[in-house]
Write a protein of this length. Sequence first.
Length: 381
Amino acid sequence: MHANVESDEVYVALVSDLARTALPTSIMGVTLAGVGLFVAQALGHAGLFAAVASGVLACLCKLALMVGQTRRLADGSHAPREARLWERGHLLTTIGVASSVGAFVALVFAQPRMEPQMLATGVLFGYCSGVVAHLFVRPVLASGALLLAALPAIASAAWFGDMPHGILATMFGLFLVGALQSVFAAHRKAIRQIGLRLDMAALARSDTLTGLANRLGLREAFRTLSGTGDDSVAIHCFDLDRFKPVNDRYGHAAGDALLQEIGARLRLLVGHPALAARTGGDEFVVLQPGVRHPEEAEILARRIVHALSAPYHLGPETVSVGLSLGFACAPSRTADLEDLVRRADAASYAVKRQGGGVAASGPASGPPRARAGAEPGPARR
């Protein structure tokens, strides 16, 4: 993955991190309220009171946004479209805080008293350091906040025209450049780290030979299903007939190549939100959510058998295998993966004894239903 490229998964993870900045936002709100009100009262400037009030209000809105996002994340990660909505909310509240800090500091530097300027400098540096430390995950957002907060202070300090304020304005400018560079450097590092973490997680859920999901990936996919109450989920279990003779005659390398070809055909056949998994040597499971009618499960089962029974070209050799596939359905809201796999597996063994093909499981407590169709082939490989 290129250091500057955000995949959808990385983008969602970065936006989710914005919900974890409640503590620095709270500290900024308290600091702005305490220091700001003290300075505004000392200088008796109505504009300072307005800047402090708007900044504290923006902090409260930002905290409320983070509470809502945190609760949403407890139910599962965002989709990219939803993540963009949360990011816009953070953008608006951050603009409110940053512009209030910038206005407050600029107004203080427009006054001749040195003590309030020292306090305003502390507020500015505290805010900018918090932006660099916590908002770098969205560099455009962080850069905008830095510019809104620092540029008014730089302009106001430079307005005095004397040497000390000129030096201070120059320092603010140099620190702003350094902060912007730090934001983009930290963002690139975050992309690499999150990308690596996601890659490792994907490997843990994938079968290395076929690229399909493994048992862990199957369980996680099933756990994230959200049924609507009137749909069902189907589980298809099958293994290969005549797979062992391929290994015995052509070697394990040919067997592995055959499994890889089967994985490739399944990926073309089974699209999202369905999922194909390899759970054993030549054992496969297909998860089919959103089943509205039982016929949909049987249609997919027959498509799987038809597609995987076609000949395979392994180098100079052409081989064919048969399938014994059983499937089981249950309402999405009450479905249990282990029960569905057990029923579908029992149906696959029942149809294997009859020569291979497709069979539907009976009720959860009953035996598999009669074979729905069969192809010639040995009872066991």
